[in-house]
Design a protein around this ligand. Sequence first.
Ligand code: NIG
Ligand code: FE
Length: 415
Amino acid sequence: MGENLIIKHATIVTPVGRSARKGSEMADLRTIADGCVVARDGIIEYVGPTAECPVADTKGFREIDAEGRALLPGFVDSHTHLIFGGFRPDEFEWRLKGDTYMSIMERGGGIQSTVNATRATSEDELVRRAQWFLDNMSRMGVTTVEAKSGYGLDTETEEKMLNAIRRLADKEGQPVRIVSTFLGAHAVPKEYAGRTDEYVDLIINEMLPRFKSMTDCCDIFCEKNVFEIEESRRLLTAAKEMGYKLKLHADEIVQLGGAELAAELGALSADHLLHVSDAGVEAMAKAGVVATLLPLTAFTLKEPYAPARKFIDADGAVALATDLNPGSCFSGSIPLTIALACIYMKMTIEETITALTLNGAAAIGLADKVGSIEEGKAADFVMLATDNINILPYYVGMNCVRTVISGGRTVVENP
Ligand code: NIG
Ligand code: FE
C-alpha cells in the first residue's frame, strides 16, 4: 500500500510522457525549480511549483523538505539476471588471462555452469540471495527492476526461478517493484547438446504455455552458436502468438541480425547491440523497438560500447540497464553505468536520465505507470545529494543518491 507524501522545495527534473522518448526528445527534460510533489496512496496527484501546492491541510501526509535538491524519477533497471545459484569468479580470472566469454561457454562453463548451480539451489535460497542484490540496487536509486529466468533451462527450474521472482515482488516491504521475463532460451542445456530444435520445441510446447500466467515477457539469447536467427524467429513468433511481449539479447558478441529480427517482430526491446549493423539501428528506430544498452557488460568483457549516438541520431529510443549477472557482468552499479554512458557512449546527462527512467520503463512495458514524475504515476523518486544533476556522471562510479522513495515510502536514507 502506497503512502501519502508531500515533497516541497525540490529541483524536479524528469522526462515527460507515457511512452519511450525518441531521438532529440531524450534530452528534453522538464525542470521545475522550487518544485512540489503530492502523492496519495503512493500515486502522484500534483507536480508543480511549491507556491501552488494544492494541499492546504497537510494532516495525513508525510512532509519532506528537499532543500533544493534534485528530485528525479526512481531509476528503472530494465535488464538483470539477478536470480542465480553459485558464482563464477574463476571465469573472470580466465578472461583476464585472455580467454573469451564464448570460448568458456563452448567448453561447458559460462551460463551452463550457473545452470548447474541454480538447479541445485532451493527456491528459498534463490530468494534470499536475490534480496541482497535488490537492497544494494535500491541504495543506488533503483525503484523498478526486471529480473529474468534463464538459469534453469528445464521446466522445473525455470518455474522455480519465476516463482522466486514472484515471491520477491510480493514480499512485504520490498523496496523495489519487480517484473519478470522468461528467458528459457538463454542457452541450449547440455542434455540437448546438438539438438537445438528439440529444445526450442520443448520451450514452445511446454514452457511458454505453462508460464504465460506468471510473466508477460519472453527473451532469447540470439547469438551465433546459441540461438541463431531462424531458431530465434521460430521461438519468438510462437511466444508472440501466445501473447508474450518480446525481448532479445541481440548482436552482443557478433553481428547476427538480432536487431533486424527485433524490428521485424515488433519486440519491446533489443538489448546489448554492441555489434549492431547500421541497417539494424535504422530498422529498430523505425519500428519503435527500444535499444537497451548495457555499458557495464561492454566494460567487463572489454568489448566496444554500443553505438548509443547512432540510435539517438536515427530518432530511436535508448534505455540503459546494468545486466547484473554472475558471468558477463557481475555488477549492478548504476553510478558506473551513468559514467560510462556519458564518457564513452557520448550520451548527454539528460539523455542518460531518460534512458534510466522513462525509456527503461518502456522497455519492460511499464511506461504508463513509472519512469517520470507526472500525475497518475507511481510516487517513485530519487533525491540526489545536490541540486545539480551533473553530479551523476561527475562523481564517477560513486553513489550520490541521498533518499529513495518507492510508492511514497522512504526506503533508503543514505548518510
Ligand atoms: O546478458 N549473454 C547472455 N546472457 C547474459 C550473460 C549471462 C551469463 O554469463 O551468465 C548477458 O550478458
Ligand atoms: Fe543479459
